[in-house]
Design a protein around this ligand. Structure first.
Ligand SMILES: [Zn+2]
Ligand SMILES: [Zn+2]
Length: 263
């Protein structure tokens, strides 16, 4: 088992120390993890600042690697993307070597998804349309990432439970085909089991769409901010992926993908 979305206390919304996270992952039988702490420039909700001291962070991961030889520990980050921060984000990370970069949308049009602000003035269809449109425009310009994190942030953060309602399939397919043509993937984020919609994010429907269009890069991430969430709810997903004909998940070393058979 491999968990490619873990937040240590280098993220301002987590208190989990790296060494404990590694020990927990080893105890669960995981063979590989990636720390993916937040870099989120100009995060829409001023309560949070998601800044990262990258040199200290990378050193801490190297220390954890040294102390925990029974597991592969990758140097990842989760960058929060918004149209006006793409250049600054690239400037901030370009001089460092990461194994794996998740690009995630936590705000659209300057409005926060997590605190619900974004949803107050939008119908579900409009929420999807604005979200996919902004993400599509960003993927056209920004390429320093491996997977889109929790694609379908609309379902993840919506105050009301919902699943993607196919309102914007044409737009979604354009986005998926652009990702595929650029060699980019999707993560399956299991934090949706703990929040909304009590299932994976994105829905396996969207993963199936990506796969049918030729997409082959899929990572698994618990988005753990606590020890008990590491590797959370992976087994049921693996079964469903196999039923869909998906045989591999992807790992990364210095941004290069490797396909690993699903257990
Ligand atoms: Zn995220
Ligand atoms: Zn995250």
């Amino acid at each position: 088992m491999i968990d490619y979305h873990i937040h240590s206390n280098f993220s301002s919304d987590s208190t989990m120390d790296m060494d404990s996270a590694c020990k927990r992952a080893i105890a669960l039988g995981l063979t590989e993890i990636a720390f993916t702490d937040h870099i989120d420039i100009d995060y829409p909700d001023p309560i949070y600042t998601f800044q990262l001291n990258i040199p200290e962070y990378l050193e801490a991961i190297e220390r954890a690697q040294h102390l925990n030889r029974d597991i592969k520990i990758r140097k990842g980050i989760e960058v929060g993307i918004q149209p006006h921060v793409l250049d600054d984000t690239l400037d901030l990370i370009k001089d460092y070597t990461f194994d794996f970069v998740i690009a995630s949308v936590h705000g659209v049009n300057g409005e926060d998804l997590f605190n619900g602000e974004y949803f107050r003035s939008r119908t579900t269809d409009r929420a999807y349309e604005d979200f996919f449109r902004e993400l599509l425009a960003m993927v056209e310009k920004f390429s320093v990432f491996n997977v889109i994190g929790h694609l379908d942030s609309v379902a993840l953060y919506n105050p009301q439970p919902l699943v993607y309602n196919h309102c914007c399939d044409e737009l979604l397919d354009r986005l998926l085909m652009l990702l595929i043509s650029r060699g980019k993937g999707l993560e399956i984020n299991t934090s949706g089991y703990r929040r909304q919609p009590k299932g994976p994010i994105p829905s396996l429907d969207i993963i199936k769409r990506y796969h049918r269009l030729g997409g082959e890069i899929i990572t698994m991430g618990s988005d753990a901010h606590r020890l008990q969430h590491i590797g959370f709810k992976f087994e049921p997903i693996f079964e469903k992926l196999k039923e869909m004909g998906i045989k591999y998940i992807t790992t990364f070393e210095e941004m290069k993908p490797k396909q690993v058979p699903i257990p």
